[in-house]
Design a protein around this ligand. Structure first.
Ligand SMILES: Cc1cc2nc3c(=O)[nH]c(=O)nc-3n(C[C@H](O)[C@H](O)[C@H](O)COP(=O)(O)OP(=O)(O)OC[C@H]3O[C@@H](n4cnc5c(N)ncnc54)[C@H](O)[C@@H]3O)c2cc1C
Length: 494
């Protein structure tokens, strides 16, 4: 089957009922439920972009196995040009939401591509696992399935690992192995986009190499409708109002869920790693998956910076504050964030190398810088929107107000120097949805945490970055200075 259309994505969701809970009730159908229907349409629109005749080459390529055209986000890059091709495709999807749909399907397609190319890594754990992961990648690519993933153990007690919790089955673990597969019990958090087709349950949290941590060490993937699998969602941030009133939250509310495994049977053919703590701990970096995911992330970051730059520029122009120095400085700050993200993306591609699996892998150092710096760049850009918008972010009547008898008042008192009232209200409602709504706040939390705890990511950079050449250089400089005679100050120029 070639790359799917939006309608085929929706049909896939209908064909696979899953156990999703929200607001104390089980969801009958995610396609029609008010908490999900709008984001379902937004993800469907991404799939439709693959069928835009003008974008065929950009969005799809010929599958090496079926000869069908499949999504470029599944492409295993062999050259730098391939990497750039993948980025261009991912940018089309990111721009469709201004970067607000962090979990567009390309994010995990990049991870799965890398795991499949590095299937032998899984095979060294158990020879069955290498063909498993290759086959799974083929299935997902050829059926153009949408994935969500869950990596983190529940937050109950972070002073100890999953085995040290009061309830050893709090964190998802393997409780039995049967002829048919693994039986998994416990929970993981979070799974963003529970309207996916499949759930990847992969290792992330560092485990200790002791016997007691072994049941928590695994990687597998199952359909979201697997019996015993439950998605416990937070309340929705989609108010189900008009697009005018909620331009972002009524389209791109991805939803986040805690995932509960109630003795879920995972068939052997869907198991990719098992019981090997050390291999699980290293899996994302050893397979290159983390670099390919970060390549998607920096692309999304570029889209997000561009979108915010556009919003901020329109705001300052609307209310004629662009001549003030600090306003220009704040817009410049957004530009610096954008240019930094662009530079990181370019550097990661320019310094890409073929990894040991034969995949052209973007350089990690610039991507690591990008993912970490965005955790404070994004909140700062949101702060800038607040500082520029000020009370205008609260003077934001709704569509219903505009359609009511108070419209003449709104036209008079909500106009801006360079925009009529309706246009100004639309713009400032957009800025509010970015910077202040529940949706906007969640975006800030997302950017701070979705790729991991920034504190521990920085510790990882500290631990892994090769600083020795610079330490040696400075030592050598200091030693040189100690034996040199003091220099005379240069004579002043006349
Ligand atoms: C909006 C959103 C969407 C997400 N989507 C997904 C998803 O789709 N899939 C997925 O798998 N995960 C997802 N996550 C989870 C994300 O991976 C985690 O938030 C992240 O890894 C941090 O873990 P935690 O939230 O459990 O924080 P915790 O580990 O509980 O940290 C809480 C606080 O304690 C500190 N802390 C805890 N332990 C240590 C330590 N050992 N050393 C130093 N400081 C420590 C942290 O720095 C932090 O300040 C999402 C998170 C958010 C916020």
């Amino acid at each position: 089957m070639p790359a799917r259309t939006g309608e085929q994505f929706i049909e896939g969701l209908r064909a696979q009922p899953r156990e999703v809970w929200i607001g104390g009730a089980r969801v009958d159908d995610v396609v029609t439920h008010p908490a999900f229907r709008n984001v379902v349409r937004s993800v469907a629109a991404l799939y439709d972009l693959q069928h835009d005749p003008a974008r065929r080459e950009e969005m799809t390529y010929v599958s090496p196995s079926s000869g069908e055209r499949v999504g470029v986000s599944f492409l295993a890059p062999r050259t730098r040009d391939d990497l750039m091709r993948v980025r261009r495709m991912m940018k089309v999807w990111a721009d469709a939401s201004g970067g607000m749909l962090g979990r567009s399907p390309d994010y995990l397609n990049r991870a799965l591509m890398a795991y499949a190319a590095a299937a032998d890594y899984c095979g060294e754990n158990d020879p069955r696992f290498a063909p498993n992961v290759r086959r799974y990648y083929e299935v997902v690519r050829e059926r153009d399935l949408c994935l969500t993933h869950t990596l983190i153990h529940p937050q109950a007690n972070r002073s100890t690992g999953p085995a040290g919790q009061a309830d050893p089955h709090l964190a998802a673990s393997v409780v039995r192995e049967t002829e048919r597969g693994l039986v998994v019990r416990g929970a993981r958090m979070l799974a963003t986009l529970p309207i996916a087709d499949e759930l990847m349950v992969f290792p992330s949290t560092l485990l200790r190499g002791t016997d007691e941590d072994r049941p928590y060490a695994f990687a597998f993937a199952i359909p979201c409708g697997t019996p015993g699998l439950r998605f416990l969602c937070r309340e929705s941030f989609d108010p189900n109002g008009t697009v005018f009133d909620y331009p972002l939250s009524s389209r791109f509310e991805e939803m986040d869920a805690v995932v509960v495994f109630d003795d879920v049977l995972v068939p052997w053919e869907r198991v990719f790693l098992l019981g090997d703590v050390e291999r699980c701990n290293k899996a994302f970096s050893a397979t290159g998956a983390v670099a390919h995911m970060a390549h998607q992330v920096v692309t999304k970051n570029i889209a997000k910076c561009e979108f915010i730059l556009g919003v901020a520029s329109l705001m300052v122009e609307a209310i004629a504050v662009e001549q003030f120095q600090h306003v220009q400085g704040k817009i410049a700050e957004i530009i610096y964030s954008l240019e930094a993200m662009r530079a990181f993306a370019r550097a990661s591609e320019a310094d890409a190398v073929l990894d040991r699996w034969g995949v052209m892998t973007p350089a990690w150092a610039p991507l690591d810088a990008a993912r970490n710096m965005f955790t404070w760049m994004y909140p700062r850009m949101i702060e800038i929107l607040q500082l520029l918008g000020a009370s205008g972010l609260m003077a934001r009547p709704t569509r219903a107000d505009l359609d009511s008898e108070i419209r003449p008042l709104l036209e008079r008192y909500h106009q801006a120097a360079r925009l009529g009232a309706e246009e100004r209200i639309a713009l400032f409602r957009l800025a509010w949805d970015l910077a202040l709504s529940a949706f906007g706040s969640r975006q800030v939390l997302y950017e701070r945490f979705f790729f991991g705890d920034p504190v521990r990511m920085q510790m990882a950079t500290f631990g892994s970055y090769d600083r020795q050449p610079y330490i040696d250089r400075v030592r050598e400089f200091l030693a040189r200075g100690a034996t040199e005679a003091p220099r005379a100050a240069p004579a002043p120029k006349r």
